[in-house]
Structures are given as C-alpha cells and as structure tokens.
Design a protein around this ligand. Sequence first.
Ligand code: HEC
Length: 492
Amino acid sequence: MKATIGFFSCLLLLGSGLALGGRPAGGVGNDVGPEGDAEYGTRSVDREYDAPYSDVQRILDAKCTSCHTGAAAARGLRLDSWQTLIAGSDHGEAIIPFDAGRSLLVELTTKLVGGPHPAEVGGEPLTEAEVALVSEWIDEGSPSETGEIPFADARNLLYAANQSVAMVSVIDMETNQVIRTVDLQQYGLPENAWPHHFAVEPDGSYWYLSLIAANQILKFDRDNNLVQQIDFVRPGLLALDPGGDNLYAARSMAAVSPPQAIGVIRRSDMMAEEVGIFLQRPHALAVRPGEGTVYTASLAVNQIASFYPEDEAVELHELAGDRPHTFIGFAVSPDGRWMVGTTELTASLFVFDLDRAPDMTPVDTIAVNAAPWHPVFTPDGRWVYVGNNWDNTVNVIDMESRTLAKVIEGNGLSQPHGAAVSPDGRFAYIASRNLEMPVGHSKYEHMYTPRYDTGDNARAGTVVVIDTASQEIVKIIEIEGYGAGLGAAAPN
Ligand code: HEC
C-alpha cells in the first residue's frame, strides 16, 4: 500500500514563491575557462605557444635524460620525448596539463625537502629560467610540437573532490593518471567551499558537484568549464536519474539540523525545488534506474524515505534496530533490482530488494568492517566495493552469496571515503581523506605518507586503484587535500 504522506513542499529556502533558480555562472565559465583561455581543455589548436615543446626537450636532454631514459629510467620515467613525459612514471603523472604548480616534475625540481631534484641524487638542478619555461609550457596545456594537448580526448573520466582545498582532481580511467585539476577558487569560490560529491551525466557531457560549506551545487561541462551554479543549503550526496532530467541532492553530515527535504534539480536548466521528505538529516541517496524512484535515509533515526517523482509522493519506512544505524550511502545495482545501504554505527551493509517496494524491509544484513562509507556496484552487479572509514580497509561484498568476500588492506587507505568503478568494470577506486585521525576512529599507522616530501603535502589525499580481477590495490594516486566523494559516468 502506498500511503502518500507528502508532496512537494518547496521554497523552504527562499520563501518567496519562487523556486530556487538555476543561474548561469556569472562572468565565469561559459566561454572563459579557469585559465582565462577559451581553448582550455580543447583539442589541438593552431596557435603559437610562448614555450614550445622543443625548448622544454632541450632542457630535459641537458639535465634529465642521463637518468631518465630507456629501460633503466629512474622510476620508469622517460624524459626523452613528449609522449613518454606525458605517460609519466611507474607511479603516475609527472605533469598535470595547465597546472604547473601541482605538477610533480615542477614540485620536485623546486621544493623537494632536502634539495631540489635532481641535486639530491647528484644531478644538476634546473635554473630559475628553466623552471619558468617548463612551467609556462605546462600552464599552456603541455602541447606537443604539433600543438596536441594531452588527454583532450579522454572520455572515461573520474572526478575526485579535494574537500579541504576547494579543488577537483580529474583522473583518466584508462591510464589512472591525474590529467586535470579544477581550482574552484579561480571561479571566485572560497578556499573552504568544501567540494564533496559528484553526479556525472551517463554520456559524460556534464558533471555536478556539491559544495557543503559554500551552499551551492555546480554544473560543469566535460571540458571543466563552469556552466551554472545554484544555491542549496548544505548539499551532501548527489544522484541523478539516468533516464530522466532530474538530479537529486541530500544533505551533508556537517549539517546538524538541515531542512527535512531533498533537492530536485532539473539538469537541463538547473531549476531546483526542495521536496519535503519529513525525515531528519537525509544523507544516503540513490535513484532506481528505469523507474526513477529516489531513496534517501536519515542519519538520526532508522527511517528511509521513498520519493516518487511522477506523482510527487513520499513514503516513510521504519527500520528495525534499537539504536541508530546512521545510514551513510546507498547504491543501486545497474539492473535496478538491488539496493545496498551502508551504516556507520552498526557496521552493516543492508540489502534491499527493490522489486518488493514499497516494502523496504531488508532482505539481508551483512556484517562488515567499521564505518562502511560510499558503496558502489561493479557494472555486472556482482560485487560491491566500499571503503571502511574507521578501519582503513576496503570491503568487497559478493552479491551472489551475500557475503563479505574480501577485506583489502594496504598503503594509501587512510579514512576511505568515496567509491567509483570504471565503466568497463576493470578498476574500482576508493578515495581517502588522510586527515589527522580522530582517536578511536582509525588506525593511526595507516596514515599515508606521500612518496616525496615537498614541504606542504603531508596530508595529501589519495585515490587507490583496485584491480577488480585480483581484488588488490595496484596503484596509489596522490591527489590534493582530503579526498572525499568520487564521481564517474554510470554505473553507480
Ligand atoms: C642523477 C640521476 C637523475 C637525474 C639527472 C634526474 N633524475 Fe629524476 N629521478 C632520479 C631518481 C633516482 C628518482 C627517484 C627518486 C627517489 O626515489 O627518491 C627520480 C625521480 C624523478 C621524478 C619522480 C617520478 C615519480 O613518479 O616518482 C621526476 C618527476 C623526476 N625525477 C624528474 C626529473 C627531471 C625533470 C630531471 C631533470 C631536471 C631529473 N629528474 C633528473 C634520478 C635522476
């Protein structure tokens, strides 16, 4: 029985009879990228560069290739051609196009603690003029001799929020390298904007980002131009209906008594409404593909709300439990049949059979490690990956046997938070915050120490790459401070 106990109760924020309006990003975004350059992120372009690659290669040949060439190249980094420089080392990217300041090659040659590279290994350091030239070339997009911009055509993109520094790291899921950074401060947002979570269009054409502290939701295009921004109080998790036009927003854990409402945002024009769901602190959020029903759960009480967009009805469901479970995240299987919910305080993964809706009694409860955070399904629906925020592990749940099949431990897991998988299902990704550990909340010895000490990177966040065939960590991608939510185009 579907008891309608509510309908759109909008305008909690404005109270003026107007829905929350989507507004174009004022003065930024549409035609001007964060570099103030309309060619930002585009394909190869016919233009003159101030720092042509031939000048960069001359510097590398003189001071770097003696150790960085061939099969014995230090760390697998070959600096004898544009292609190999772009390909990076065994560990990841040497440069991030358009962002010299955060490129490892520049950081190591300018601020490595103990002496700028390669002086500490007996090489001759770069002069200031050489650093300036290489930096200018990177900031122009790191073009090849023929003007090709690296990764301009990359299509399988993973977005990682750097919550403590108002940045987004964009990772290419083919090479598992950071290929772009998006600095929100360049769009006039504050350093404490707290970017948190993403939703990505199924075709990758746009991505959406919640800003907890700046109280906004942003829309970017594939080339990372800010297209629109709307006001929204304390947004947390985002989810979109792949078959429709709606984006949904729940509330951040940082909000102690947020509106008992979720955001319903039309993605095409970013017009937003608040929908009352009569649930305290709605946090976990997922959409059932195909049918479009939205599920959210409370951090405070054992309740789940179902929202049916077609008739704007809301249903509340009570869950058993003598103490709060504190649901953190929901994920729906790609076929739409199963939903899993992770709980912070009872360390469980609940399994819901959505074919039994509106009955939301869990069909299974799987005990997992402490504080499972954001769950994600593999594209075949067989496995769920989730990082355990207080345990520095990743739990792999076999959805066929409904068991905890594997506990992954390893360097790089330090307060795991966001989760994503590549569209081909080959890799699972878990972001880690790597903040100072609250006592009792995490294993201190799991703090991640970056490979190089550049003086300002002790708390660098990470994204670990897990090979889903071996269920082992195969790479640690270092990002900026506080890795929070991850976003990739479906499945999610
Ligand atoms: C004398 C040998 C030597 C020279 C010359 C040298 N390097 Fe290195 N490079 C190394 C070694 C060894 C490492 C690994 C350092 C470590 O493990 O601490 C390294 C590491 C690196 C890395 C980090 C790779 C990674 O992902 O871990 C970068 C970037 C780099 N070098 C760039 C340069 C540049 C640019 C130059 C020229 C200005 C240069 N190197 C010159 C020996 C050299």
